[in-house]
Design a protein around this ligand. Structure first.
Ligand SMILES: Nc1nc2c(ncn2[C@@H]2O[C@H](COP(=O)(O)OP(=O)(O)OP(=O)(O)O)[C@@H](O)[C@H]2O)c(=O)[nH]1
Ligand SMILES: [Mg+2]
Ligand SMILES: [Zn+2]
Length: 336
């Protein structure tokens, strides 16, 4: 299954702002073998190591070396390993370093989870998955996921599932001014959506996020038949999924990677600066020159209102400003 990858597949490019790479110790272990983490389970990291030095592509299970300290090693990380990296049964390698990360998707501590978490590393596309029904879409959570994508320097893609149950039209209208690419899918009726999704995943490293029960694992199974990801039923009483997936899993596509994650209830965003969001509204950025220092861009003194009213942001400027404010507000407060 799938195309092999090697280190040349890891695109080298200047870190985008906000990817917050770890600076890391230069290799002490020159002979370390590089693998990509695909799963983490109770102190064991599953990695995929490309063919090399007479060995085929293989799955290598590893523990972390003590010298790694407390730094998290997450799905998507490229890690250097020493020890037994043969991938033979009952062997265990040691992770001695984490390669510099291109992106980091994180969420800050919030009411539902007191710990800041790095969710995945090195993904370049954040696929925000929402169901059109069962469970109903939660725009606020979607907005927060978009903010997280902008903050992490990842391209967002909105995937609306279960189109066999409800139409996407009304829902999409509120996203139109944001210009986020979207795909509408149904695993029941299949159709064009899944093919379009495949095209958008090609050549990329994508992570699926969304509420429990929206159909993330179902999508992954449709995209990679070997995945055999467990899928769950949406609870009829609460309308919520049961959190069928309990940990992240990286899977290789013919061309690219996809990471399935457990359903989230919230997305803590306390770490996100307003400027990181405004960067994604290029026609508005010049309008902030007239703002008072430290402007939140969501206050009476903000210069953006006058700028937009004067037509400086072009047609549709008002709707764009509304969307910007919606995302700015999405950073704080309650989520529904
Ligand atoms: N009608 C319909 N049901 C779907 C569709 N996609 C998924 N489902 C159903 O939705 C339920 C939840 O799907 P999962 O794939 O387990 O959802 P998930 O997002 O992985 O959930 P967690 O792992 O809990 O985060 C399952 O019963 C699926 O069969 C769809 O397009 N249409
Ligand atoms: Mg799942
Ligand atoms: Zn302002």
């Amino acid at each position: 299954m799938g195309r092999r990858w090697d280190e040349s597949d890891v695109r080298v490019r200047p870190n985008r702002r906000g990817s917050r790479p770890r600076t890391k110790d230069r290799p002490k272990h020159e002979d370390a073998v590089i693998g990509r983490v695909t799963a983490v389970d109770r102190g064991r990291w599953t990695t995929l190591v490309p063919a090399g030095e007479g060995l085929p592509e293989r799955v290598v299970i590893a523990m972390r070396a003590r010298e790694l300290g407390r730094s998290p090693v997450v799905v998507g990380d490229l890690v250097g390993m020493v020890g037994d990296t043969s991938g033979r049964p009952d062997t265990l390698a040691r992770i001695v370093r984490i390669e510099e990360r291109e992106t980091v998707l994180r969420r800050t501590a919030d009411d539902t989870d007191p710990v800041e978490r790095v969710i995945v590393a090195n993904a370049d596309q954040l696929v925000v998955v929402a169901a059109l029904a069962d469970p109903p879409p939660r725009p606020r959570l979607i907005d927060r996921c978009l903010v997280a994508a902008y903050d992490a320097g990842m391209d967002p893609l909105l995937v609306l599932t279960k189109s066999d149950l409800a139409s996407a039209e009304d829902f999409l209208a509120q996203y139109a001014p944001l210009d986020v690419p979207h795909v509408v899918t149904s695993v029941i009726t299949e159709g064009e959506g899944l093919a379009e999704l495949r095209r958008r995943l090609a050549g990329r490293s994508s992570v699926l996020v969304g509420h429990s029960g929206v159909g993330k694992s179902t999508l992954v199974n449709a995209l990679c038949p070997d995945a055999d990801r467990a899928t769950g039923h949406v609870n009829e009483v609460t309308g919520r999924g049961r959190h069928t997936s309990t940990s992240a899993l990286g899977l290789q596509l013919d061309d690219g990677w996809i990471i399935d994650t457990p359903g989230i209830r919230s997305f803590g965003l306390a770490h996100v600066e307003p400027d990181r969001i405004i960067e994604h509204f290029p026609e508005l950025t010049a309008g902030t020159d007239g703002c008072p220092r430290g402007c939140s861009h969501d206050e009476a003194e903000c210069a953006l209102d006058a700028w937009v009213a004067a037509g400086e942001a072009g047609p549709g400027g008002e709707l764009r400003l509304d969307s910007l404010r919606r995302l700015l507000r999405a950073r704080g407060g309650e989520e529904h």
